[in-house]
Ligand binder design. Structure first.
Ligand code: UD1
Ligand code: UDP
Length: 360
């Protein structure tokens, strides 16, 4: 009987990661089922990625929507269990560190279905981040740990994981970026937002930045000090939008807040930016490959390779404006190192590891 591989996706960062894996497994003739949990559901947070990246329409959308961590995770688990029961996949593939990832892993493991975790081993060592909890649980339970960087391999080793389960495959998010590079148009982004160069692109959505009013007030002041120097375009994630706007984010003429952008429009905006200010995981990686200076507004990163091999620096609300000033003065780097195996072929390696495990 042919093998069935079931992929669970659900939130925005999952989509650019699953695209090359689905494609590589399809090329190898594997029967696949794509499940969307519905964790993200706005067109701009979900469907636009499927259209732009040619990801097949999900076979099943669980439509769970938003909720507290417990409610959302439980809703995903409750909806997945009968589906796994009915379809009996030979392998479940999960991506990244969102609630959909950990929920699917828990259900699959308890039913005896092997799990492959794409982007295993990342650690911020910050248990106040919901993603860190999701990463630890998912990695502890997964059978195949597919890693994007050498530090991730080391973390898993330090946690006592059997090396036979760890596969250093590279970064599928970067497969998607390299495949679509010709479609990222900085000029279109500039015209659309009516900004001149140099401009700054920013994204903000981490609970540690946008959930508490006191933090948000300071954050808005910091963004205004950046906008004193250059226009700032912010495709704003729905989380925290209300809090940021009521704290006066829009009260500076240099701040351009727009809806979340489609992948191609967003990457065009990033490509043309003099610098990016962000708390996103994926954006730290994308700027590393594009060579765009990235100022990450966080006390830590689970992606240190973007600092050692990329253009990323950690900043605080208090250091941000000075770091932007320095970055604008220095301009873009001419050359920079690229992390090992961020070469556009991670999807193929992942497919080969999954097929090897199914055959074994
Ligand atoms: C989730 C992930 C986070 C990831 C982020 C990427 C978890 C625990 N967090 O955070 O790791 O970095 O996605 O974007 O899984 N909302 C909408 N429309 C949508 C989706 C969400 O308006 O399509 C709003 C809702 O008010 C919702 C809030 O955004 O309550 C937060 O959504 P949720 O999926 O719970 O977490 P994110 O902050 O998006
Ligand atoms: N992204 C996008 N439009 C936007 C913001 C982000 O297409 O307006 C893409 C971008 O490729 C990014 C990915 O969505 O890497 C995931 O971003 P997000 O910050 O939501 O999640 P994280 O990586 O922090 O979990």
């Amino acid at each position: 009987m042919p093998h069935l591989v079931l992929h669970v996706t659900g939130a925005r960062p999952n989509f650019p990661k699953c695209a090359p894996v689905l494609e590589a497994l399809a090329e190898r003739g594997v029967e696949q089922l794509l499940v969307h949990t519905g964790q993200h559901y706005d067109d701009a947070m979900s469907d636009v990625f499927f259209r732009q990246l040619g990801i097949p329409r999900p076979d099943v959308n669980l439509g769970v929507g938003s909720g507290s961590h417990g409610a959302q995770t439980a809703a995903i688990m409750t909806a997945l269990e009968p589906l796994f029961e009915e379809r009996r996949p030979d392998m479940v593939v999960v991506y990244g560190d969102v609630n959909s990832t950990v929920a699917a892993t828990l259900v699959a493991v308890k039913m005896g279905i092997p799990v492959a975790h794409v982007e295993a081993g990342l650690r911020s060592f910050d248990m106040s981040m919901p993603e860190e909890v999701n990463r630890l649980v998912t990695d502890r339970l997964s059978n195949l740990l597919l890693t994007t960087s050498v530090d991730a391999v080391a973390h898993l080793g330090n946690e006592g994981v059997d090396p036979a389960r760890i596969h250093f495959v590279g970064n599928p998010m970067i497969d998607t970026l390299l495949r679509n590079l010709d479609r990222f148009d900085a000029g279109t982004a500039r015209d659309r937002f009516g900004v001149t160069t140099p401009y700054i692109a920013a994204t903000l959505h981490r609970p540690g930045n946008v959930d508490r009013h006191e933090d948000v007030v300071e954050l808005v002041q910091a963004v205004h000090r950046v906008a004193d120097q250059a226009p700032v375009v912010i495709p704003l994630h729905p989380r925290g939008r209300g809090r940021l706007e009521s704290a006066g984010l829009l009260d500076h003429g240099g701040v351009h807040v727009v809806e979340p952008l489609g992948y191609l429009e967003f990457m065009g905006l990033v490509r043309g930016a003099a610098a990016v200010v962000t708390d996103s995981g994926g954006v730290q990686e994308e700027t590393t490959i594009l060579g765009v200076p990235c100022l990450t507004l966080r006390p830590n990163t689970e992606r240190p390779v973007t600092i050692t091999h990329g253009t990323n620096r950690l900043v605080t609300r208090h250091t941000l404006a000075d770091e932007v000033r320095r970055t604008l003065a220095a301009g873009r780097l001419d050359t920079w190192p690229v992390p090992p195996l961020w070469d556009g072929r991670a999807g193929e390696r992942i497919a080969d590891v999954v097929l090897g495990a199914l055959a074994g």
